[in-house]
Design a protein around this ligand. Sequence first.
Ligand code: TYM
Length: 336
Amino acid sequence: MTKKRVLSGVQPTGNLHLGNYLGAIRNWVEVQQEYENYFCVVDLHAITVPHNPKTLADDTYTLAALYLACGIDLNYSTLFIQSHISAHSELAWLLNCITPLNWLERMIQFKEKASKQGENVSVGLLDYPVLMAADILLYDADLVPVGEDQKQHIELTRDLVTRINDQYGTKKEPILKYPEPLIRKEGARVMSLTDGTKKMSKSDPSEMSRINLLDPPDEIAKKIKRCKTDPIKGLEFDNPDRPECHNLLTLYLLLSGKTKAEVQQETCEMGWGQFKPLLADSAIAALEPIQAKYHDIMSDRDYLDSVLREGREKAEVSAHEILGRVKKALGYSTPL
Ligand code: TYM
C-alpha cells in the first residue's frame, strides 16, 4: 500500500521558537514514519515582508539544520529548499490567474500583517497563500501538519483545488488532490510569554515574548522567570480568565511529556514561584539535545549540502510531474 503524503514548511525569518516547534515541527517528527514526507524551508515566503539579503541564505541553512536537529529522519522524509525548485514559483503564477482577488483580501494573516506595514505592503504578502497552495499541491499532499494560524490558508488551497478540477478536469480525472490540515489540539497555538492572549510570534519586537530553539539555558530560565502570570495560587487549564496560566501549563505538558491529568494534579495547588523552575527545567531539558545536534550538523556543511541536494533531486520529480499535469490541463503546449 502506498503511504499518504505529507508536506509542510517554515519560513527562514527570525529565530525558530517554541510555537513553531510545538505547533509544527515536533508533529512532523512524531508522525513521519507513517507517511511519505516532504519538508521544505520556504525561503520564497521569507521575502513577502522586508528582509535582509545578507542573512537570507544563512538563515535558510540554519533552519534546514534545525529540521534535522529536531528529528527529521531522511529515511522517511525529503528535505529541500523551496527556491531551489522553480516549479513552486511557476505553479503559483498559474494559480494566481484563477484566484479571485477577494479570496486573498479576506485572509486573516494578511490583514494582520498588512495592518502592521502601512504603505509598504507588497503584492507578495497578499499572494503568499497562493504560493503556499503551490507548495502543497506540487506534492499531491494528503496532509499538511501546521499550527492553527495556517488553517485558513489550507482551506483556500482546497477551494483552489475545487476551482481547477471543476474548470479544467473531469470527475473521473481530477487534476489536483485535496489536502487536509493536520492540527494537534495541544500546541496548535502557543501564546506569547508576555501576553497570554497573543500568539507567540517571530515578529514580536520583544525577545522576552518567545523562547527560541537556540536560546541558551540561562536565557530560557530568565524568560520563564520574567514571563507574565497572574496573582492566583493554584494552577489550572482552560480558565478563559487565566490565559497565561493555560498557556504555561500547556507548555509544561508538551515539554515534559506528561499527560494533562498528571499536570493538573501536580500543579493544582502550586504557586508560580514553585511552578516556573519546573517549566524552565523541562524546557531546557527538551531543547538541549536539539541544540547539541544542531551544532554538530552545522559543523559539517558538506553533509548538509548533500542532504539538500538529494532532497531537491527527489522533490523535483514530483514537482515537475504535477506542474506538467496542471499546464497540460490549462492547455499549454509541451516544450520542444
Ligand atoms: P511560519 O513560518 O509562520 O510558521 C511555521 C509553522 O509554525 C506554526 N506556528 C505556530 N504554531 C503554534 N503556535 C504558534 N505561536 C505558532 N507560530 C507559528 C505555523 O502554523 C506553521 O505551521 N505559510 C507558512 C509556511 C508555509 C507552509 C507551506 C506551511 C509555506 N508553505 C506549505 C505548510 C505547507 C508560514 O508562514 O509559517
